[in-house]
Design a protein around this ligand. Structure first.
Ligand code: HEM
Length: 181
């Protein structure tokens, strides 16, 4: 039986975010519009041109099967990496990778304090993301937060506005003070 990629019911919970994205014209980083393993996502190629990339989602049970030296997958920060070809090259040795094989290696990866070069290398082994249903915040069956991109929209707006208001009040206060003295 193929993996379960969720039901359409979960899609409505994200409508607020999608509406916001439509209203602002800002593309949502990842779309979960269809219950499929691979969905299209909008991005930029760094030159201002829009490009279409696809994200493949893997269930944790699928990742867990890749736990032998023949095939090693790991999860780090919700992303799935196929490090089979990296086993013999890992400067920290193959043992540590084998210990984490098929599981979430985020904590051990971070505990080692890997360099930025090591983090850059991750890209080479990236094969997809953990399916949203398997992320920790889904474990209680609740819908996830709208998504990180949407959360950041609010912080982009609120902090500058509050800051500008504060500055305005301070300016008026000092002007009133200097007039009265
Ligand atoms: C795809 C995943 C990984 C990549 C690309 C990677 C890459 C690297 C690199 C480039 C280094 C050299 C030191 C540095 O630049 O930070 C390193 C060292 C090391 N890594 Fe990893 N690593 C990965 C996963 C892991 C995991 C899951 C563990 C689990 C414990 C681990 C444990 C270590 C250890 C113990 C060292 C040696 C640190 C030292 O000697 O100071 N690595 N790794």
């Amino acid at each position: 039986m193929g993996p379960d990629y969720g039901s359409r019911g979960e899609l409505s919970a994200r409508s607020t975010c999608r509406k916001l994205a439509a209203a602002t014209g800002i593309a949502v980083e990842k779309r979960y519009l269809r219950p499929m393993a691979t969905v299209e996502a909008s991005g930029s190629d760094g030159k201002g041109r829009g490009v279409e990339t696809s994200v493949t989602y893997y269930r944790l049970e699928e990742v867990a099967k890749r736990n032998s030296p023949k095939e090693i997958w790991l999860v780090i920060h919700g992303r799935v990496y196929d490090v089979t070809g990296f086993l013999n090259e890992h400067p920290g040795g193959e043992e540590v990778l084998l210990e984490q094989a098929g599981g979430d290696a985020t904590e051990s990866f971070e505990d080692v304090g890997h360099s930025s070069d090591a983090r850059e290398m991750l890209k080479q082994y990236y094969i997809g993301d953990v399916h949203p249903n398997d992320l920790e915040y889904r474990s209680d069956g609740e819908d996830p937060p709208k998504n990180n991109t949407c959360k950041s929209y609010w912080s982009y707006w609120i902090f500058p506005i509050v800051g500008a208001l504060l500055l305005g009040f301070l300016y008026r206060y000092y002007m009133a003070e200097s007039k009265s003295s």
